[in-house]
Design a protein around this ligand. Structure first.
Ligand code: FAD
Length: 477
């Protein structure tokens, strides 16, 4: 389907499926919000943006696109960082936006589950749980605009993974529209169901390449009686790993967050968001944000957290530490952490790496990669932060101060990626911890992924989407 007549027939079929008001083309409106990625480093061109309002409408859209051979790019909040939810430059792809599929379908307090549609914004799902005195323990800086469908399609991580796991671990069932336009429904909210292959896990993390997620059942947990946040200044990365051990032993399952930030990441926050008072600034090369969620109340939580910090000071794995005195102070500490990607964006173009390693290998990896970077590209500035409790770092590279960022990227970006990913591989890590592969890493995936795993993934793709209708060019190039 590449002729204008074919396009017209497809647009007519899409309008019949969802109503004319929900089929947008460049002739009606500027499609930039759907065509450009969050980092503003890529703009594709869509044949149309279609916004179905129900699962049946999604199925009708899929059947129309299949009949006309038009590829579909599923899109939620478009906060993905690997070009997974934006169209390519061909002008032949249909962006299927889940924005209107945003209902909370059910909250089952006894079953501790929330059933939501895929386009429901994560924050709205969190608020629905909170209104019932429950907690959806999935949290990321993009939660005000990313969607449950996108979270599941990317198997999002975030700040509470070390206690509650990734989005995958919080999902009990899915509703999915398959490539032949049928609807698969597993929304029963069962915690046990051994009746064959667990298909939900195929779709979770498949980045829109196997089917369109239209709804999900999410696990909830009781709200903790108290949550406390602390900030520690840490002399080096080995000390950070040691502090994690002290916190894990001292807090057990009450440790729900453990984030690391290097001094340069915090310097960028201070430069671009001077209204945020970074605590213990200048005390040490790294800072750690710890969160504890305690079932027994504030006094108990505080006593245990302070004991952990005292132990850390005694062991020398923290140079100084403070515990937030109020909810407002705790929010500010998290806000500082979450502002790092925005501060980086304000500073200019940069090279991002979302990597994971065995926690024990992090200090050696960082020392090696940092030294190699400094040798290969003198003057680069490292923004190193992330979910250290999960072995996940955002090991990002900002160009030298005052350099022309675009020219710098043209000259050095590929080399920087290769150098970092090769070091990740030597240390037994992964080139994508939580953001996925998308179009950004699809071409380099074969260099770092196991060959058998790639063959099996291709076989799954052929079986579920033989016509390559869903998100071609993403994940498996
Ligand atoms: P989109 O960007 O719209 O799409 C992402 C992928 O999912 C695409 O491949 C798309 O095709 C597919 N997709 C979307 N909806 C569906 C659907 N219904 N069915 C099938 N496929 C679908 N990620 C983390 O994991 N942890 C973090 O801590 C984190 N922090 C972030 C902080 C910032 C400031 C930003 C901008 C991003 C961050 N991200 C993080 C990345 C991003 O927010 C997540 O990947 C998020 O899960 C994407 O959700 P979305 O709705 O925006 O999806």
């Amino acid at each position: 389907m590449s002729s204008p007549a074919g396009h017209d027939a497809l647009l007519a079929a899409l309008r019949a499926a969802v109503g004319s008001a929900h089929v947008l083309t460049a002739a009606d409106v500027d499609l930039e919000p759907w065509e450009r990625d969050w980092r503003r480093r890529h703009r594709g061109r869509a044949l149309a943006v279609v916004r179905p309002g129900s699962t049946d409408e999604v199925a009708a859209v899929v059947r129309a696109c299949a009949a006309h051979g038009a590829p579909i790019v599923p899109q939620g909040g478009n906060t993905g960082l690997v070009l997974g939810g934006v169209p390519d430059a061909s002008g032949t792809q249909v962006v299927l936006s889940t924005a209107r599929l945003n209902r909370i379908r059910a909250l089952d307090e006894a079953n501790l589950t929330l059933t939501v549609e895929a386009g429901c914004v994560l924050q709205a799902a969190q608020q629905a749980a909170e209104a019932a005195g429950l907690w959806l323990p999935l949290s990321l800086a993009a939660e005000g605009s990313c969607t449950i469908g996108g979270n599941l399609a990317t198997n999002a991580g975030g700040t509470q993974v070390l206690r509650f796991g990734n989005a995958r671990d919080l999902c009990l069932g899915l509703e999915v529209v398959t490539a032949d336009g049928r609807i698969w429904n597993s929304l029963r909210g069962l915690r046990k169901d051994n009746t064959g292959y667990d298909l939900r896990h195929l779709f979770i993390g498949s980045e829109g390449t196997l089917g369109i997620i239209t709804a999900a059942v999410l696990k909830l947990v009781p709200r903790p009686a108290a949550q406390l946040t602390a900030w520690a200044a840490v002399p080096d990365l080995a000390a950070t790993v040691a502090l994690l051990g002290v916190a894990q032993r001292g807090l057990g399952p009450a440790l729900t967050g453990f984030e690391v930030m290097n001094a340069f990441a915090l310097a960028l926050v201070r430069r671009h968001f001077p209204q945020l008072a970074v605590p213990l600034a200048g005390v040490a090369p790294y800072a750690v944000l710890l969160e504890t969620s305690d079932a027994e109340g504030e006094a108990h939580a505080r006593a245990r957290l302070e004991a952990v910090l005292e132990q850390a000071l005694e062991d020398g794995c923290a140079a100084d530490a403070v515990v937030a005195e109020s909810l407002a102070q705790a929010r500010t500490l998290w806000h500082i952490r979450e502002s790092i990607p925005l501060a980086q964006a304000e500073e200019g173009l940069n090279v991002k790496h979302d990597i994971s390693l065995p926690v024990s290998r992090i200090p050696a990896f960082c020392a090696e990669a940092e030294a190699e970077l400094a040798r290969a590209v003198p003057g680069v500035r490292l923004v190193n932060f992330g979910h250290l409790g999960d072995g996940n770092l955002h090991f990002n590279v900002q160009c030298p101060e005052g350099a022309n960022a675009a020219a710098f990227l043209r000259e050095h970006e590929a080399r920087i990626h290769e150098l970092v990913y090769d070091a990740v591989q030597r240390h037994g890590g992964s080139i994508s911890a939580e953001h996925g592969i998308g179009a950004l890493k699809a071409r380099i995936l074969p260099r770092y992924q196991d060959a058998v795993a790639l063959d099996l993934m291709r076989a799954v793709k052929r079986a579920l989407d033989p016509a390559n209708l869903f998100n071609p060019g993403k994940l498996l190039a």
